[in-house]
Design a protein around this ligand. Structure first.
Ligand code: PLP
Length: 431
């Protein structure tokens, strides 16, 4: 497989773009490979500038749940583009998408559109603070909520640690209001809430962790989080940027039957265009300007191109049987990869996770239930596996701490080929 053109473009890109990419993980740094510069995509396949074809399990990190360039989505975008791409004024399209989201997601009575998942979480947190008149935020170790200053904080050791920013450029003063506790550890959460619950505006969480590999909530965990937050008037924010419209039409909150106060979305609701949204109880959402005092705005928010792509994507997702198909394909892929590892004799060194169309193989023999167990993974072994897979035309996430996304466009043949590639790759890295 030649990647000469990608290699040359990467060198060129590095002259003009920091690190050659516009989002760090795209640089393939953690797997020590050359990032593929993509020329086109269709369905479950992508092609790079060297003409190599790949079965894509990144799917733009989640948005392409229908596969790439779905004809109906493409047509909707084309038709809208002819009518103008941004007006800076309200449109009927925004009303339509908002109503669809409200109808689909149990915890959302009103919703505001933004341009990314990061903007959604940033705005939801500001709203939670404005509404509760409290400053502190609890997040879970290893959950990613975009690059919001106060959320780029991870825990140090100990039961609960006051925030220390993980990136330079974030004043400690900003991060000190963020408290991080381990996921799936209800006692750690309870301890913080018992101590300073009256100062806490919100608990923000990915209901299923999908940014540290894939980590599921243990039985009763989400229920208890809901109970503890409700008791103290702490708003519960579900960051459903990945799980929303993926685990079920109403996201993780429908899937697990837990209703948060606020929810954040992105990815799928933009059908591949830049979109985010946050929504929740009307009483809380009405605290936003111009109705209420909490300021939030955006020149391109509710952009008509993004709205039509989102509306069309949700319309297709809502068709009967879509989620069953997604589940079957996700399961087939995940189980196939597991049996490939068994055949290659490496399964005992791995931990396999699958939920609906999401899956992940951790290169650890530990049972992964939180960030610290995920962190026991052998990232070098993952990198070796990744390289073997991409050589065989299977494009996985270029990091151990991400998930594989299966779309409705993945065919039986794609999945079988990928499983075959996995078996060969596991055998190759074993030697
Ligand atoms: N929240 C979650 C759960 C995410 O996975 C991401 C991005 O991957 C974000 C927030 C940030 O979204 P964006 O990259 O659109 O800013």
């Amino acid at each position: 497989m030649s990647v000469e053109k990608s290699k040359a473009l990467f060198e060129e890109a590095k002259k003009y773009i920091p690190g050659g990419v516009n989002s760090p993980v795209r640089a393939f740094k953690s797997v020590g490979d050359i990032p593929r510069f993509i020329e086109k995509a269709k369905g479950s396949h992508i092609w790079d500038v060297d003409g190599n074809e790949y079965i894509d399990y990144v799917c733009s990190w989640g948005p392409m749940i229908l596969g790439h360039a779905h004809p109906e989505v493409v047509n909707a975008i084309k038709e809208q583009a002819e009518k103008g791409t941004s007006y800076g004024a309200p449109t009927e399209l925004e009303v339509k998408l908002a109503k669809m989201i409200v109808d689909m997601v149990p915890g959302v009575e009103k919703v505001r559109m933004v341009n990314s998942g990061t903007e959604a979480t940033m705005s939801a947190i500001r709203l939670a603070r404005g509404y509760t008149k409290r400053d502190k935020v609890i997040k879970f170790e290893g959950c990613y909520h975009g690059h919001v200053d106060s959320l780029l904080v991870k825990a140090g050791s100990g039961l609960a640690t006051f925030g220390v920013p993980t990136s330079p450029g974030i004043p400690e003063d900003f991060a000190k209001h963020t408290i991080t506790v381990p996921y799936n550890n209800i006692d750690a959460l309870k301890k913080v809430v018992d101590e300073i619950g009256d100062e806490i505006a919100c608990v923000i969480m990915e209901p299923v962790m999908a940014n540290a590999g894939l980590i599921m909530p243990e039985d009763g965990f989400l229920e208890k989080v809901r109970e503890i937050t409700a008791e103290k008037g702490i708003l519960l924010i579900f960051d459903e940027v990945i799980t929303g419209f993926r685990l079920a039409p109403g996201g993780a909150q429908e899937y697990f039957g837990i209703t948060p106060d606020l929810s954040c979305f992105g990815k799928i609701i933009g059908g591949g265009l830049p979109v985010g949204a946050f929504g929740g109880k009307a009483e809380i959402m009405d605290y936003l300007a111009p109705e209420g005092p909490v300021y939030q705005a955006g020149t391109l928010s509710g952009n008509p191109l993004a709205m039509v792509a989102g509306i069309k994507t949700l319309e297709i997702l809502k068709k009967p049987g879509t989620y069953e198909t997604l589940r079957e394909k996700g399961k087939k892929f995940a189980e196939g990869v597991k049996s490939a590892a068994e055949k290659a004799g490496v399964a005992d060194k791995l931990c396999f996770k699958n939920l609906e169309s999401l899956s992940c193989v951790f290169f650890t023999d530990k049972e992964v239930k939180d960030f610290s167990t995920a962190a026991t993974s052998n990232t070098e072994a993952y990198a070796a596996f990744f390289k073997e897979m991409i050589k065989r035309g299977v494009y996985l996430a270029p990091s151990q701490f991400e998930v594989a996304f299966v779309s409705i466009a993945h065919t039986e043949e794609d999945i079988e080929k990928s499983i075959q590639a996995a078996e060969e790759s596991f055998k190759a890295i074993k030697e």
